[in-house]
Each structure stands twice: as structure tokens, then as C-alpha cells.
Design a protein around this ligand. Structure first.
Ligand code: ATP
Ligand code: MG
Length: 431
């Protein structure tokens, strides 16, 4: 009965995107820029699993956080009943790996990762259920020098992407102090919130004892004035925290990096202390944070390792690309250097050695495949964006030659000898 009915094609999961050409070329371009900067700051790559035990994130990120409470893809492995989660962020997995492999025993580490993260959020521009981060983690450094370093690494990247700091992206900075200072502030804050129950929404009331700092991070307009007037953590810092914060600021000042102190910047993960920061833009609406991070000196111990100071950030790649798009800073389109026109496929055995020699010399060669008329092949050569067509016509081949025709900037068609590709391959490389 159903045998003739066409099967409905399946679709990707909502909020999870395919990244296809030509867009994928922009991703590769961005990632290459990032790797180049990371390498210059001495950071090394780590690759951890996308799936981790759910408990890692509950313990690492904190039970009363948006991520763990409502955004995490947690599930039971039907094969053995294990409680697993798709990673919603990268830091917890990196720290787990460092502890598991005793990587922090005798040296500090500067690490970076790239990869997909998963959060069950309402999909919209700049917010997806599978998104991608580049993140860095510097473990074993108490700062403030490395705090400044991770912030500067991001600045170098913005500059190389053509973004203007202080205009396209702005640094916001805060200091969360240490647990005892937070406790004193927290007590004062709860008392303050108890005095303003009339303006608190349901979510705030539910959270005010478990995570009162997050109440201040509210987006509810009716609570803004209350949040503005609340006791500020910065006023509760002891001399050491204050000195750390001043140290970070002095280093940023020394390299002319302007920032905005934002006393309400708290971040959505529980593990931060001392420095927290965000690089924000006003060009992406509510999805304006392109890079966020800070210090998390307590996390390694909290996950069962030896107490190790640490600082890092996560950067949303979709948002960086959206920002570049919005500002017209798109990556150069990717195109081959050369398109090989092969009017008679039977000649291919005489053509391929030349194409292979060109590729070995570093030339990007797209070979016409599948036959077709000379005219249709030439159309494809033009559409490919290549700067040259190499025409392997039967007459040319009979003379031991190939015709080289510039496709972009005019110029005459010339003949080149098949026998000495090495002598002319460099002509085809980009300037
Ligand atoms: P937001 O306030 O926008 O929800 P967040 O505080 O949840 O961000 P982090 O957990 O600090 O974000 O993640 C680091 C970065 O990853 C963010 O600054 C952002 O660039 C990116 N990011 C976070 N969630 C998403 C998402 N759902 N889709 C796309 N990018 C995201
Ligand atoms: Mg979020």
C-alpha cells in the first residue's frame, strides 16, 4: 500500500544548522585567523568529547544556573542507564580532562578548543541550540598578568578581523571577589531584596536565596531600578581582591585597552571569581555578547583536582560571523586559482600529470569533470571564480602545450609547455 508513496525528507533538528559552501569557507577563514592568533600567544589545542557525564556540568556549572536548570540536553543512555549530557560549554570538560590525565601536576597550561556546544534555548538570530565556540583556558596562573593576556588575545583577534575596539566591540570588566567577600555581599543583597519583594518577579523570588547575584542580571524592565540601587559587590572587595583587580586594570591601561567597568556583570555560570569580562557589541541586539570569560580559581578543586587558579573565555563563532557580516567585513570568497578545461575526456591521461604537478606546487586547481562542450566547460570556469582557465585542447596537447587564459583582469591567452610545469606554475599562484 505504501510502496509507491515518496518518503518525506527529514530535516535538521530545530536550532541546529548545517554549515554549507560558500558559508563554510567563511568559517574556515575565521578559524584559521583564530588559530594563528592562538599560536602566537602560546596556546595549545585540546579536543574533549562532546558528551560528558551530566554530573560534570551540575557540579561544574552549578545547579541553580540557567544552563543546568533549563538549557542542558541531558539524557539517559538507553544501553546502560548512564546519565549523559551534550556539553553546553567547554570549560568543565577541559578541566575534567586535565585532572583525569594529571596534566596540572608539574606545569601550568595554556589551552584552546574549538567545537559545537548545545543548549536548549529559543532559536533566534545569534542564538541556536547547537552553536560553536572557540575557547581558551589558562590553568595554573594566579594572575593578574594572565587575566590581561586572555583579554588581549581577544583584542588581537578583533584587530585582525577588522573590528574596531571601543566601537564595534567593547570590553566590559568586573571583579567578583572571593567566596567570603561574595558571602558578605550576598547577605547584604538578600536583605536588600527582602526589602523589595513588591518589585521582584516570580523567577527572582525563586532565586533570591539560591543565587541572588543572578537576580540583578535580570532583563525584566520593572526590576531595573531596583537592580541599579542594589549593594555592589565591588564595594565588598578586600585588599587582595582589590589589588588583583587594580593589577588587571593597570596592565590593560599599559597597552591602551579601554574598558567599561560593569558592576552588574556576573556571568551565567557559578564558577567565576575575581575577574569577569565580556566583549559586547551593540550591533546584534539582545545577542550582543560575542566573548565572555573570567577567572575560576575554585573549579579544578570543585571537580576533584588539586586547587589550581585558572582563567579563560568562550567566544561564540556564529555571533562573530554575524557581526562581521553586519559590518560588511565578510571574508574573501574562496575560489580556485585555476579551472582546467578538458574538451575531450579521452585526453585526461595526458592532462592529469600536469594538474598533479601544479597542485604539488601549491596551485589550487579545479578540474572539469563529466565532459560537455567546450562552451559549457568555459562557462563553468568563469563561474568558479578562478583567475585562470587552463585549456587542454586536442591541438594544444598535440604540440605538447596548454593554453593559459586569464579570466579576471583581461590579458592575452598564452601557451605554456607541458614539459616544464615547474617553470610557470608560480604565475598561477595568488599575488
Ligand atoms: P547569553 O547571555 O547571550 O545567553 P551566555 O552568558 O549564556 O550568553 P556563555 O555561557 O558565556 O554565554 O557562552 C560564551 C559565548 O558563547 C557567548 O558570549 C556567546 O557568544 C556564545 N553563546 C552562548 N549561547 C549561545 C547560543 N545559544 N547560540 C549562539 N551562541 C551562544
Ligand atoms: Mg545564555
Amino acid at each position: 500500500m505504501t510502496e509507491n508513496r515518496k518518503l518525506q525528507p527529514l530535516q535538521a533538528v530545530k536550532g541546529m544548522n548545517d554549515i554549507l559552501p560558500p558559508d563554510s569557507a567563511r568559517w574556515e577563514w575565521l578559524e584559521a585567523k583564530m588559530r594563528s592568533v592562538l599560536q602566537r600567544y602560546g596556546y595549545q589545542n585540546v579536543r574533549t568529547p562532546i558528551v560528558e557525564p551530566t554530573a560534570l556540568f551540575v557540579r561544574g556549572i552549578g545547579e541553580v544556573t540557567d544552563i543546568v536548570e533549563k538549557e542542558m540536553y541531558a539524557f539517559e543512555d538507553k544501553m546502560n542507564g548512564d546519565h549523559l549530557a551534550l556539553r553546553p560549554e567547554g570549560t568543565a570538560g577541559v578541566v575534567r580532562a586535565m585532572i583525569e590525565h594529571s596534566f596540572l601536576r608539574d606545569s601550568a597550561r595554556r589551552l584552546y578548543y574549538f567545537g559545537p556546544m548545545f543548549r536548549h534555548e529559543r532559536p533566534q538570530k545569534g542564538r541556536y541550540r547547537q552553536f560553536h565556540q572557540m575557547g581558551i583556558e589558562a590553568l595554573g596562573f594566579a594572575g593578574p598578568d594572565v587575566d590581561a593576556e586572555v583579554i588581549l588575545l581577544a583584542r588581537t583577534l578583533w584587530r585582525e578581523l577588522g573590528l574596531v575596539e571601543g566601537q564595534d566591540v567593547v570590553l566590559e570588566l568586573n571583579c567578583l571577589g572571593q567566596p567570603d567577600e561574595r558571602a558578605a555581599h550576598r547577605a547584604a543583597l538578600i536583605q536588600y531584596l527582602e526589602g523589595h519583594l513588591d518589585v521582584l518577579d516570580e523567577e527572582a523570588k525563586r532565586r533570591m536565596y539560591a543565587n541572588p547575584l543572578r537576580v540583578l542580571d535580570t532583563k525584566n524592565p520593572a526590576m531595573q531600578a531596583m537592580a541599579e540601587q542594589a549593594p555592589k559587590l565591588l564595594d565588598f572587595l578586600g585588599p587582595e581582591s582589590q589589588a588583583h583587580f587594580d593589577g588587571v586594570r593597570a596592565l590593560l591601561d599599559s597597552v591602551g585597552l579601554a574598558y567599561r567597568i560593569n558592576p552588574r556583570l556576573v556571568r551565567g555560570l557559578d564558577y567565576y571569581n575575581l575577574t569577569v569580562f565580556e566583549w559586547v557589541t551593540d550591533k546584534l541586539g539582545a545577542q550582543g555578547t560575542v566573548c565572555a570569560g573570567g577567572r575560576y580559581d575554585g573549579l579544578v578543586e570543585q571537580l576533584g583536582g588539586k586547587a589550581t587558579p585558572a582563567v579563560g573565555f568562550g567566544m561564540g563563532l556564529e555571533r562573530v560571523l554575524l557581526l562581521l557580516d553586519t559590518l560588511g567585513l565578510a571574508a574573501p570568497a574562496s575560489a580556485p586559482d585555476v579551472y582546467a578545461v578538458v574538451p575531450d575526456p579521452a585526453e585526461l591521461p595526458r592532462v592529469l600529470p600536469t594538474l598533479e604537478a601544479l597542485r604539488a606546487a601549491g596551485v589550487a586547481v579545479q578540474m572539469h569533470a563529466g565532459g560537455g562542450s567546450f562552451k559549457s566547460q568555459f562557462k563553468k570556469a568563469d563561474a568558479s571564480g578562478a583567475r585562470f582557465a587552463l585549456v587542454f585542447g586536442t591541438d594544444e596537447l598535440a604540440r605538447g602545450e596548454v593554453s593559459l587564459k586569464p579570466l579576471r583582469d583581461g590579458g592575452e591567452q598564452v601557451a605554456r609547455a607541458l614539459a616544464d610545469v615547474a617553470a610557470w606554475s608560480a604565475e598561477l599562484l595568488p599575488a
